[in-house]
Ligand binder design. Structure first.
Ligand code: PAF
Length: 280
C-alpha cells in the first residue's frame, strides 16, 4: 500500500493502472476511519481491481469553523486500519495541494440541497461538490463508494456525476451500526460517555417509527420521533423530515411516493449526528 500526497504522484499511479485496463474503485473519506468506512473499502475491493482511498478533511464543506477545528484527525491510525485491507493507494493531500487557488465554483443542485442538511448547513454541499469533483477528476475512478448514512450527500453526488457527465458509477453502501444501533460516524468519538449512552435512542426511535406507517399520519410520525428524541437527555433534534427518497422533498402522506425515507440530524451537545430510515 502506497501513500501519496501530491496530485502528480497520484496521477502517475492512476495512469499506469488505466493503461493496464484495471478497474479503479475509489473510497473518498475525511479520515478518522471506522467500521463504516472499512465496509466501503471492503465492497470496493470486491467490485474493483485496485482500491484508492483518499483521506482529506475538506475545509470548504464545513460551515462551522469549530466543527472543522474539532473534526478528529489521526492519519497514522487510519493507515494502520487500511493496511489490513486490499488498498493499493492512499491519497492524503494537504489543503494547498487540493486548493492551490480558492475554489469559486458554485454548483446548482435544484431543490436537492435546499432542504435538510442543505438548509441547516449552508454551503456544505457546494463544498462537498468542489472536493468530490476534483477527486473524481484526479482519481478517474470507475466506481466510487459512499455510505447511505449521508443520504442527501449520496443523492447530490449522483446528480453531480450526471450534471458533469462523469463516467463514474456511484455505489451506495448500507449504514454500518454499533451493536446498540448507533450509526457509525467519525463524530461518535467526540461524544461524552453520557451522550454516548443516550445516542442509540436516535436509531431506536427511527426503527420504532417504522411501525407507524400507514396507521398513523406522516405528521404524527414526525412528532413522535422529534418528541422521543428531545425527551432524552443531551439530545436535541435539529430536523426530522420524511421525504421522497429521490427528490428529497417532504411528503405529507404515505401514498405520496413509492420511495419514502426519514432523515434526521440530532445535536448531542455540540456533536451533530445524522441517521435515516427507509419506510418504503
Ligand atoms: O462523506 C464524507 O466523508 C465527505 O463528505 C467526503 C465525501 C469524503 C467529501 O469530503
Amino acid at each position: 500500500m502506497d501513500i501519496v500526497t501530491t496530485k502528480k504522484e497520484l496521477q502517475d499511479k492512476i495512469n499506469a493502472w488505466k493503461s493496464e485496463g484495471r478497474v479503479i474503485g475509489f473510497v473518498p473519506t475525511m479520515g478518522a476511519l471506522h467500521e463504516g468506512h472499512l465496509s466501503l473499502v471492503k465492497t470496493a475491493g470486491e467490485q474493483s481491481d485496485v482500491v484508492v482511498v483518499s483521506i482529506f478533511v475538506n475545509p470548504t464543506q464545513f460551515n462551522n469553523p469549530d466543527d472543522l477545528k474539532t473534526y478528529p484527525r489521526d492519519l497514522d491510525k487510519d493507515v494502520e486500519m487500511l493496511e489490513k485491507y486490499n488498498v493499493e493507494l492512499i491519497f492524503a493531500p494537504t489543503v494547498k495541494e487540493m486548493y492551490p487557488d480558492e475554489d469559486k465554483r458554485q454548483f446548482d443542485f435544484g431543490n436537492l440541497d435546499k432542504v435538510m442538511e442543505g438548509k441547516f448547513r449552508p454551503g456544505h454541499f457546494n463544498g462537498v461538490a468542489q472536493v468530490v469533483s476534483k477527486l473524481f477528476d484526479y482519481v478517474k475512478p470507475d466506481k466510487a463508494f459512499f455510505g447511505e448514512k449521508d443520504f442527501q450527500q449520496l443523492a447530490i453526488i449522483r446528480k453531480l456525476v450526471r450534471d458533469l457527465n462523469m463516467s463514474v458509477e456511484v455505489v451506495g453502501c448500507p449504514i454500518v451500526r454499533e451493536p446498540d444501533g448507533l450509526a457509525m460516524s467519525s463524530r461518535n468519538q467526540l461524544l461524552t460517555p453520557e451522550m454516548r449512552k443516550n445516542a442509540p435512542v436516535i436509531a431506536k426511535t427511527l426503527s420504532e417509527s417504522l411501525n407507524f406507517a400507514p396507521g398513523k399520519t406522516v405528521k404524527e410520525t414526525v412528532d413522535f420521533v422529534v418528541k422521543t428524541i428531545n425527551d432524552t437527555g443531551n439530545l436535541e433534534a435539529e430536523y426530522f423530515e420524511i421525504v421522497d427518497g429521490d427528490t428529497l422533498q417532504a411528503v405529507n402522506n404515505w401514498d405520496d411516493s413509492d420511495y419514502i425515507v426519514g432523515c434526521i440530524a440530532v445535536f448531542a451537545g455540540k456533536v451533530r449526528l445524522i441517521d435515516n430510515v427507509t419506510y418504503k
